[in-house]
Design a protein around this ligand. Structure first.
Ligand code: IMP
Length: 204
């Protein structure tokens, strides 16, 4: 039977790709990690903030309020230098409301049509937020790289098939999950969160 710690944390997301990544990044803490996939009746948190930090804090605060379980969230954006750091906080709905990852990737490819490789620099920026009893903390992570002119690979999610992190020749969708989880924006932000969460659970 899988190990079940009495120390429980809830990830304020329904994105299975994020749940897998964050659970793997935090595995050293030996917590029971739940997510909104375990709470299908909780209402969707509206991500209407103007910054990644506002959205991350809003998601974790609302889920902590609704469940009383310490909550962890992230809000992530892809910043493309050629596009003035867009789509950023609007990355999920770059091609419109209720669009697929493939729609967003197609729109990005269209915006970067004929842009040479040396001008296709981009970075993922992640803000993680942790809300517990009397505690509100945020951490940040950035992963620099470049965008290809075609999708490659089937792993990961979102813009991963277009994004090649610095130091590699393959996209995040081609690289093994453990490589993404060791160098990504999310790995950086949640790596810093580990200490904060470990300290929190020494008190509760
Ligand atoms: P969210 O609001 O943090 O869920 O993320 C906004 C959008 O950014 C998502 O819909 C994805 O398209 C994209 N995104 C977030 N994290 C990643 C990642 O690790 N790789 C690729 N795309 C991502």
């Amino acid at each position: 039977m899988a190990f079940q710690s009495t120390k429980t944390l809830i990830l304020a997301t329904r994105n299975p790709g994020k749940v897998e990544e964050i659970t793997s990044i935090l595995s050293g803490l030996h917590l029971t990690v739940k997510s909104l996939l375990d709470y299908p009746n909780l209402p969707e948190v509206v991500e209407d903030g103007q910054t990644l930090e506002e959205n991350a804090l809003k998601k974790a605060r609302e889920i902590f309020r609704a469940t009383a379980v310490p909550a962890l969230s992230d809000d992530t954006g892809l910043e493309v230098f050629y596009l003035g750091m867009k789509p950023g906080v609007f990355s999920a709905r770059y091609a419109g409301e209720n669009v697929s990852y493939a729609d967003n990737n197609r729109k990005l490819l269209a915006e970067l049509k004929n842009v040479p490789i040396n001008e296709r620099r981009a970075q993922f920026r992640c803000v993680a937020a942790f809300i517990g009893k009397g505690v509100e903390r945020t951490t940040h992570g950035v992963c620099p790289g470049r965008l290809l002119d075609e999708v490659r690979g089937s792993g990961g999610f979102g813009y991963d098939p277009l994004f090649v992190p610095d130091g590699y020749e393959e996209t995040f969708a081609q690289l093994p999950g453990n490589v993404k989880n060791s160098i990504s924006h999310r790995a950086m932000a949640f790596g810093q969160m580990e200490t904060i969460i470990a300290e929190y659970f020494t008190h509760f």
